[in-house]
Design a protein around this ligand. Structure first.
Ligand code: KIV
Length: 283
């Protein structure tokens, strides 16, 4: 397949200006990221959702930099043209600007990602400013922010009342002013997604934020029907990968139990004379 043109921030801004939807998916490993690269997905997020989808935790807070870096590096190797974002895990940026810049820099140096993402509104503006001043592209993430799910009272839509919605609109403005190159909007009313997108000079990417954002992202395990956990209202499942894999592996188990696998064609041959000599030597 021909090499794609590298996706850059000016390219993403141009898509917003022209009203062309930006495509984004998560990926955590080489094979999936490589498919996303080949089909022309604009942005790939190596999300801390891997804590749930890959590692079986009930949330994202156990995820560390040590987990994120090798997965992000594999994604980046698989997808040189897509804009790859490393998701800053819980406690890698909340404590101080210095820590945030060091960990964002570590992401770029050790995994080669094009930028990083962190969760939080106005309270994270300083971190966004510090990271972007260090020359690192940083995406904001507001609305439902899974790292603070217990403070938010669970995985539920945000910005549904006047105070909450006005806070989100204000957060979006402040994060843009602080240097975010893009904003991820998660689980908010579609009309609030529209208002934020219309007011933003930077691309907005929605997940459960309605059809009016500049782009859309889904957790790839949800889109493929691979993850068996809770399925949010906004997820569109494009196939049932869990069933496809289950059926294939059940077939394998039966084949082995029935001695149908391996068949003749799966084995290596040997010269009959060589075999005869081996047998003679074993007598
Ligand atoms: O970690 C993640 O996968 C996310 C999603 C909201 C896209 O942040």
């Amino acid at each position: 397949m021909a090499q794609r043109t590298k996706v850059t921030i000016p390219y993403l801004r141009e898509k917003k200006a022209q009203g062309k939807p930006i495509t984004m998916l998560t990926a955590y490993d080489f094979p999936i990221a490589n498919i996303e690269e080949e089909i022309g997905i604009d942005m790939i997020l190596c999300g801390d959702s891997l804590g749930m989808t890959v590692y079986g935790f009930s949330g994202t807070t156990p995820v560390t930099m040590e987990l994120m870096i090798p997965h992000s590096a594999a994604v980046k190797r698989a997808a040189p043209s897509s804009f790859v974002i490393g998701d800053m895990p819980f406690m890698s940026y909340q404590v101080s600007n210095e820590m945030a810049v060091l960990n964002a820099g570590r992401f770029l140096q050790e995994s080669g990602v094009d930028g990083v993402k962190l969760e939080g509104g106005e309270e994270m503006a300083e971190r966004i400013r510090a990271i972007s001043r260090a020359g690192i592209s940083v995406m904001g993430h507001i609305g439902l922010t899974p790292q603070s799910v217990s403070a938010l009272g669970g995985f539920k839509a945000q910005g549904k009342d006047v105070t909450g919605a006005l806070k989100l609109i204000n957060d979006a403005r402040i994060l843009e002013e602080s240097g975010a190159f893009s904003l991820l909007l998660e689980a908010i009313p579609s009309e609030i997604g529209r208002i934020i997108t219309e007011r933003a000079g930077i691309p907005t990417i929605g997940i459960g934020a309605g059809p009016h954002t500049d782009g859309q992202v889904l957790v790839v395990h949800d889109a493929l029907g691979f993850f068996k956990g809770h399925k949010a209202k906004f997820v569109k499942q494009y196939c049932n990968l869990n069933d496809i894999i289950r059926n294939a592996l059940q077939e394998y188990r039966k084949d082995v139990e029935n001695r149908d696998y391996p068949a003749e064609e799966h084995g290596y041959g040997i010269d009959p004379a060589v075999l005869e000599e081996i047998k003679c030597k074993l007598k």
